[in-house]
Design a binder for this molecule. Sequence first.
Ligand code: FES
Length: 320
Amino acid sequence: MNDAQTIAVEVIGIEQVTPLIKHFKLAPIGGGTLPVFSGGSHIIVVMQGAARVHRNPYSLLGSPKELDTYEIGVRRMEESRGGSHFMHDTIEVGSRLEIAHPVNLFGLDKIARKHLLIAGGIGITPFLGQLEDLHGGGVPYELHYSVRSAEHAAFLERLRRREGERLHMYYDSEGLFIPFQTLLANQPLGTHVYVCGPAGMIQHVIDTAHACGWPDSHIHWEQFSAPPVGDAFEVFLARSKISVHVPPDRSLLESIEAAGVEVPYLCRGGVCGFCHTRVLELEGKLLHNDHFLSDADKAKAKSIMPCVSRAHCRRLVLDL
Ligand code: FES
């Protein structure tokens, strides 16, 4: 994936659905339909800011059957390096954006006997698309959705209307928490669990599922890491024969792109592995922030995922 393959869209609707989340509707410029996608897919939205380009992943939350528009939900991130603030503060109805084709890294298992969906906060968004796929199908499912308080429950009316008793709500403010242990210990054989939300919640579901004897193949999670800020460093791209400065608030991938060198990507969140890049020389250490490389590969320091990882180094040479 690179920007040559993006689609031009226009923002045709914006709604503030919680104090922190805005709901955007995007339609292709000039009409027509958008590419087919399945529940759980995301797109990369390319935002041309005044000083820099932001490329952020957002789950598609509309129906895969309705391709005249895409819908995304954007949470205003306090720690944002600019992308979510750009969407909240700059984008209005009529604004134009570029988007990458949808990619699904969080699809439903085709042979599951039951689907157990667990969402925390903005983590509800990939499930909205999945529910469109599940609704009316023959496989049982249930959704457990946890939020800080009622005002933070995005898309609740849509969920209540469609899901009825399959929706289970939990409000931190009322002391109502998802009973992970009970839930995961009492599922029929062949159930698959899917979790999206804060990192701590995802890890807790994975750990509890393991403790209850769930095989890895039945545990699915999605967590796009936002590229963290860090110290500035320099990188030399061996094939392109250029040095690139990586400032504190820009990712390694963004810095390489700004220098005119393309790196393949799908998720830009440390999940898909597409931006995998070989490290040719290193004096210092790599700061791995991805969920793709194994601990052993991270320790070898022979590769890096530039979308989220950085370095603390005197010298770094990449095979780009
Ligand atoms: S683009 Fe997916 S891991 Fe970097």
